[in-house]
Design a protein around this ligand. Sequence first.
Ligand code: ADP
Length: 691
Amino acid sequence: MNKQLLDYMNEGLIIFNKDYKIQFCNQSISKKLKYPKKELVNEDIGKVVNEVEKIIKESEKASDISIILNDYNRRLISSRGRIFREEWLGGESYWLVIKVYSEEVTKAELEVILDNMPYSIWIADENNQYRYMNSQTRTMINGFFLKQKIENQDELVKQHPHKIYQNKIKENILEKDQEVLKKGIMINEERSTRHSEENLPYQLVKIPMFEEAQGYKGYIGIIEYSILKQKVDITKVMADTHLEDLTAQKTFYSQLVQLLEFSITASKVLQEKMLIILKYNQQKGVVEELGRLRKGENKFVSHYCLSISKEMLLEILEESTAWEVKQFEQKTGCHLESDLEEGEIHCIRINAIEYNNEFMGAIFTIYPATLQYPLMDAHIINKICQHIAIIFKSVEYSVELEKEWSRRKVLETESTTYKEALKLETLKTEFLANMSHELKTPLNIMYSVLQTFEVELKELASVHSISTSYNKLMHYEEIAKQNIYRLIRLINNITDISKIGAGYYQVKMVNCDIVKEIEDITMAVVEYFKNKELSIIFDTEIEELEMACDPKKIERIMLNLLSNAVKYTNPGGSIEVKLSIKAAQLVISVKDTGIGIPKEKQDIIFKRFAQVDTSFTRKCEGSGIGLALVKSLVEKQQGKIKVESEEGKGSTFIVTLPITRNEEALPKINIDREEQLSYKCKVEFSDIYNL
Ligand code: ADP
């Protein structure tokens, strides 16, 4: 067996004999165990491998077993491998093959990791001379600190900060370095530096390196720019915004200024050529450019020229977040390159601005194709996106808040107007109630005077023979009385309708035989029908029906419907009052063979002050209150009213009332019923015809 060949093996190999003495070990394993190769030969295998016997046993069953090794520094190393028997130098030996994992990170790998950290990291030796700088440090030093740019990396690392730094930076950066290097005091401070009139805050950390034998050897320095961890306190943004200033525009721009100041500061450390901020316009469904910021310019220019549909942007984002500008332009039809130098290839990187998964806009970063997009930039852009998302959201909230504010103001005014209107309405109702009382008092006096006059006249006539002047006087008296009834009806209707409108009208439900009630009312008006040469039929499917209703309101309803039937039916016609029960409802219909109501007017007649014929030439008197009142009275008793009518043929008013009983109600008491009914008929029928 060629020993040299065994040394080439990646796996570690230890050969030991039956006495457990090591006979050979290859390069891999001696390196792994940090032993000089030769030193291991003839050593006891137990010195480097734990529980050998157990491993040998296990190896007979499994091909891959766990192995614990001891290295030169007595550290335990866990690994895997197997043991098999093989000939070595003429005798049978154990061959232990161990998988060797490289635990060391190569210098190149480490550099990649450090270059992609979002911090500036460097190492300085005990003389404060640079030994290592990651790429962010190199960018930072070249960009901010040096008297003259040193692009060459090796060149830069060899420098001593005292020699290369600008004087004012020197004091700031190197201050306290001696404390770190000589006394091992760690620095962890918030600082800021002025650069191109800009204040750039940062966190500076210097960690001393200490070695027992040699004391302090140097330090590791870290800089984190505060802008990278800057967060906008939304409550503060909101608190700073005065409600009065909350017009969408003003708020938006004040927020935008904050945003731009931030972006300008942030872009100092970015390597991109241009940064474009776009906002999603929900109404239009497009993502629109707010403005762009070119590298080296401290101005945010509002172009408002880029516009791209949300769907398209999301689609290209899904495909890739980084595009070559030309490719991007072809795909979207947008033009970006007008600002970019001719002949150079540029790339565009798209970052979505999101707030709690809600799409709010995007940031386009344009950078030279030669530059590999640094992680540091990605980190900053992400931060800017978060920042902008909060600003966009707070603008949205402000606008919403402002809308709510003005809505409340309107509501407040409306409610004041409503309250005033209500107060006015109450006053009006009170006034009407008072007025009706005031009007009715003299009317009642006139009415009683007329009645006395009538009695006196009749007595006079009985004493003296009936004369023509008596008839004339009686006729005048009739006219006066008729007009008093009309006035009383009008006043009653106006008072009642306004009371209903203001919600003051009450119904008093009692249990009574409604069939008898309606029959009585119909009979009481027979006289009026005869006078107008109309026939009247009362037809009922039910003999008797005890149910809860307000008899006074039933009277008003029936007298109104009947007087209308008489009013709008020509002599010779007929009127039918019919009672029936349908689906547990009492149906009262009043049918006439009168002039009828045109279809389009059938709804409005139940509205207040509505009349079908509004011309001055109309034949019948009326105020247009009657049916509105009837409808309210029916509804107050949980009933319904409708009309079926055909012009020239007649109308049928149908009232349906629920058949219920009011257990607590007292039965109806009839006192002077006939007399009262006769008076009410006179009032309700007062405007049927002119005397
Ligand atoms: P009015 O006091 O004017 O009669 P109503 O409210 O009682 O007021 O009626 C409203 C309008 O409905 C009337 O002006 C009339 O045009 C129409 N109307 C009511 N009842 C009838 C009917 N039976 N036949 C035809 N038209 C009617």
